[in-house]
Design a protein around this ligand. Structure first.
Ligand SMILES: [Zn+2]
Length: 437
């Protein structure tokens, strides 16, 4: 072979090689669609032939496929037959690590390492307590290696999107009743929502300029799909409130009392076992308690002298118009003597002066909370306690019926109410002697 013959031969070989290489590339691209297909299972030839040949309608074909390959769907099959080889039956599946919550499949991740990281994240305590007793999930959460048909495959989820999905994928529907002082943005903030979402959930809000107290809102609050319970040991110091002591005093009328010694709060060190449900404490059990500083009691002198005769009929009016009586004047079962009448109403209800007079007190006063006292002359005083806001100040003259405060829940109070008390010459008397309630 001459040099030129050799060169021609090599060139020919090179060209043929190039053509074959290109053909292989093209064919590879053609028969390998861009799918993460890890398993292409050909149906047994006999079944494939019978399915393809003996069937003229789609439902017959679907039945044949279902019998031959239960995990393969008609869509998968048709999709692949278009791409690979018309009228040949294939079943294409993708291998995934699927997230199951209580047996229901949710998302798919690509490999076991990501699956393990997610499980570890969900079962790890994220707080600051030093001693963790237990971390448990309410639901059965697991990843399983499984094959799914390509047409059902929506792509692999990454670590962050799975965690985000598990922590916010559920919806808890709650009803909220609007109270005084509420704003849409405040309600949204408290419920992990937004103003836009609140309006979407409650379309009637769109046309409203103001919120109406007492209206109910529907709130769709994002909720974790998986409930994590964490039990930890925590320690903290807690204030001990002063208790009350009473000393009978013959010089004071029944109903009258005087604080003679102000107690001081104490402090104790608590070790508690706390159970958190998705980060919120739901149970606390005291394991040990150590008093660091004892509290001292508030000491009151309590009147035992019989009451003087009642004043003549007065012209007092009720301090509020809409209320429910929750406690009347007189002895109570466990709470000691009650020196007034308790009227339950929503926080923020305007309170009126029962009679014209001069404001003696408009300030925070211990158990009374935000208190207004009005002197009406002739030894008659009215008390309005537990207010949320005071609208008058000491020394001010008020008309009968004038707004003096907004009701509340301040001081020693177990719920929103107005404590209304009438004193005659320093002695508390039954308000129902003056006014029907
Ligand atoms: Zn009361």
């Amino acid at each position: 072979m001459t040099y030129y013959q050799k060169r021609r031969l090599y060139r020919r070989i090179y060209r043929i090689g190039l053509i074959i290489f290109c053909l292989v590339l093209a064919l590879g691209a053609f028969i390998k669609p861009e799918l993460p297909v890890v398993e292409v299972a050909e149906l047994p030839p006999a079944q494939a032939t019978s399915a393809a040949d003996s069937t003229t309608d789609e439902s017959g074909l679907a039945d044949a496929i279902a019998n031959a390959h239960p995990t393969c769907s008609l869509t998968t099959l048709r999709y692949l037959s278009d791409v690979v080889k018309p009228r040949t039956l294939f079943c294409a599946q993708v291998e995934v690590w699927a997230l199951y919550i209580d047996g229901e499949m949710h998302l798919a991740v690509e490999n076991e390492a990501i699956a393990n990281r997610i499980i570890e994240h969900l079962t790890t305590y994220q707080g600051t307590a030093t001693e963790v007793i237990d971390v448990a999930l309410e639901q059965t959460v697991e990843f399983q290696k499984t094959n799914i048909p390509v047409d059902q495959f929506k792509g692999y989820a990454d670590f962050d999107s799975v965690v985000q999905y598990v922590e916010n994928g559920g919806i808890e529907v709650v009803t909220y009743t609007i109270v005084k002082g509420d704003t849409l943005s405040g309600i949204a903030f408290d419920n992990d929502s937004t103003v836009e979402r609140l309006i979407a959930d409650n379309p009637y809000l769109k046309d409203k300029k103001y919120l109406t107290i007492g209206d109910q809102l529907v709130i769709n609050r994002p909720e974790p799909l998986v409930t994590q319970y964490v039990t930890v040991i925590e320690s903290r110091t807690e204030v001990i409130e002063p208790s009350e002591e009473y000393v009978d005093d013959n010089a004071l009328y029944v109903g009258e009392q005087k604080l003679v010694a102000q107690g001081t709060p104490g402090e104790k060190y608590l070790v508690e076992q706390v159970v958190y449900r998705n980060g919120r404490a739901v149970d606390r059990t005291v394991r040990s308690e150590e008093i660091l500083l004892e509290a001292t009691s508030d000491v009151y002198q309590r009147g035992v002298k019989p009451l003087p005769p009642q004043l003549a009929q007065s012209t007092l009016i009720r301090p509020v118009t809409a209320y429910r009586v929750t406690s009347r004047f007189g002895p109570r079962k466990h709470l000691g003597y009650h020196y007034g009448i308790d009227l339950k109403m929503p926080i923020g209800t305007p309170v009126h002066a029962a009679e014209a007079g001069t404001v003696k007190t408009a300030a925070y006063r211990g158990g009374y909370g935000n208190l207004v006292v009005i002197s009406h002359g002739n030894g008659l005083e009215t008390y309005y306690a537990h207010n949320s806001k005071l609208l008058v100040s000491a020394g001010q003259y008020v008309e009968k019926g004038q707004d003096i405060s907004l009701s509340g829940n301040s001081g020693r109070s177990t719920g929103p109410h107005l404590h209304f008390e009438i004193k005659l010459n320093g002695v508390s008397v039954n308000p129902e002697k003056y006014l029907p309630f």
